[in-house]
Design a protein around this ligand. Structure first.
Ligand code: NAD
Length: 301
């Protein structure tokens, strides 16, 4: 299949690479030339703008870091909307259901179908092709795209309503964001009381407290204090804010979500948007006056 791919970052690059390796012909664009060059070296064709991508292929995918970037790339000047060949725009980014519906409406005026396709599973999942791929849009489009999307992960049809897959993704990421800060508080509590954090993580992972933070993030990036899991705090906070907004739009007030939202606002002001999201433990440690992990602190097997 001929596929356009815009946004070759932590997630976009490995997804695009897998699509090339699966035999698809990729036309790629990113504002950073070096990542475009790296994919061209692997067989992709470079484009000069989102419009240029959409002039060359019917199917355009995007993996972008902000709502504004998705809106600009899809519907702005020199955007996908101005392309002469494009028929469908598949947004792999997390933008929330309101922005997805807005882009859907603007593209529909030019007979371009917008398909929501947020993904979950991190950079490791993107590299291995094991992401959870959540799709909402017309069922016939879903069937057409399913074989290509299966290259990046397990594909789920969420519904036809524009934005439905975004709601699904926000529910997932609210849980992921909660797991990190809740696990950080649990481990900091133990360390304050004199427990070994590596032993704690082993016990949690053998017990009923096990979650994605204890299973993946703590052993790999928190206990060794490398804080390099591959997802920026700014992106996690974007998703938490979007989840809170989504709940508000639905007339809901959620106690845990409010507390998690407040904690992540503390993390972004203390650690900065560019920090890795596993650094969320640092303000919790500082408040408690302890440091978790470090030398000898990696989880035993
Ligand atoms: P990233 O910042 O690593 O990559 C974004 C890429 O988009 C960069 O290469 C950047 O140069 C490019 N870009 C920005 N503006 C552009 C524009 N106007 N035109 C073309 N290219 C542009 O971000 P990421 O971590 O890859 O995340 C991308 C999306 O996927 C986000 O919505 C994020 O929430 C979501 N996501 C990320 C992860 C993760 O673990 N990193 C997991 C699931 C979902």
């Amino acid at each position: 299949m001929d596929i356009g791919f815009i946004g070759l970052g932590n997630m976009g690059f490995p997804m695009a690479r897998r699509l090339i390796e699966a035999g698809h012909r990729l036309v790629v664009f990113d504002t950073r030339k070096e990542v475009v060059d790296r994919l061209v070296a692997r067989g992709a064709i470079a484009a000069s703008s989102p419009k240029d991508v959409a002039d060359q292929v019917e199917t355009v995918m995007a993996s972008l870091p902000s709502l504004q970037a998705s809106l600009d790339v899809a519907t702005g000047a020199n955007g996908v909307i101005e392309g002469t060949r494009v028929k469908r725009f598949i947004d792999l980014s997390t933008v929330g259901s309101a922005m997805a519906a807005k882009i859907h409406g603007l593209l529909a005026k030019r007979d371009i179908v917008q398909i929501d396709c947020p993904v979950s599973g991190g950079v490791g999942g993107a590299e291995k092709g094991t992401l959870a791929v959540m799709v909402s849009g017309p069922k016939a489009e879903f069937e057409l795209l399913k074989p290509a999307l299966a290259v990046i992960g397990k594909v789920f049809f969420i519904g036809e309503k524009p934005g439905a897959a975004q709601t699904m993704k926000l529910a997932n990421n609210f849980l992921s964001a909660t797991a990190i800060v809740a696990t950080s508080e649990a481990v900091v509590m133990g360390v304050k009381a004199g427990l070994d954090p590596a032993v704690m993580i082993d016990v949690i992972n053998a017990g009923s407290g096990m979650n994605t933070a204890s299973r993946d993030k703590f052993p790999r990036s928190v206990l060794p204090r490398t804080f390099d899991f591959g997802f920026a705090t700014g992106l996690m906070v974007k998703d938490v804010r979007l989840a809170l907004e989504e709940m508000k739009q639905l007339g809901l007030s959620m106690e845990v979500a409010d507390a998690v939202g407040r904690l992540w606002e503390i993390v972004i002001s203390a650690e900065g948007a560019e920090s890795d999201f596993t650094a969320a433990i640092k303000p919790i440690e500082q408040k408690a006056g302890v440091v978790v992990g470090g030398k000898g602190g990696s989880a035993g097997k």
